[in-house]
Design a protein. Sequence first.
Length: 278
Amino acid sequence: MHSDTLVSIIIPCYNDAQYILQSVNSALNQTYPNKEVIVVDDGSNAETKAVLKKLAPKITKLITQENQGQSTARNVGIKEAKGEYILVLDSDDYFEPTFCEKAVAIFESRKEVKIISSFVNRVIDDKIAHVFKPYGGNIKPFLSNNQATGSCMILKSDFLNVNGYDEKMRKGFEDWEFYIRLLKDGGEAFVIQEPLFNYRLRNDSTTSKANKIKYDLLKYIYMKHQDLYKANYELFISHLLNRIEREETEKIKNTHRLEFKIGKTILKPFRWVKSVVK
């Protein structure tokens, strides 16, 4: 593969009329020259469809389907892609212009790499709230947590080798499960040490919804890949115990905060009386 190899940027879209323009423009404005942009309309509402219709002349391909979920939308778009490199981008997020250029250079120089992401600007109301720094690495850290971002660059050949995203996973964590399958037989995820990806923090995002049912999603992943977790039993148990300890510590902190607030409220009138009496 050479620096003129085609990059296919896949953008699944579901009811993101407010943000899809910025997402598509961030794909079109990549400094890497040889690219195509494919948008998959996953059963969006009329408002979003109107925006996509205006965007259609600017992009390579617009695919329209009934709502089937993000995993299916990604799979459909990637299977239509002609590029050897695939960049997956959610329709409410956006990349900085140099991401593709830098990611392709890494793929060409490091053959062990299967996933490329970067540091992340977490955005609230169009303002950067803070920078998140995923770790990347091989399969072992990925058994505990997702160490990359949902929007990343991969090779289409690797995507095909593992049969794409799990289409049963419609409620979140599908990117993490996909990365486990990509890395289980070797390779690593590389993280560019710059905030080249912008992720919107939203109350109605897929990630927010997934966190509300995270234990069901974790169970699905653990059971699906139980051979991997059995092979890394000590690491997995240590992770689970650390998770339980952290959550219990946080509960204690929250309880103390609540008790302090209640106590302060109850004692406030007594303190006032005491000050008057003095």
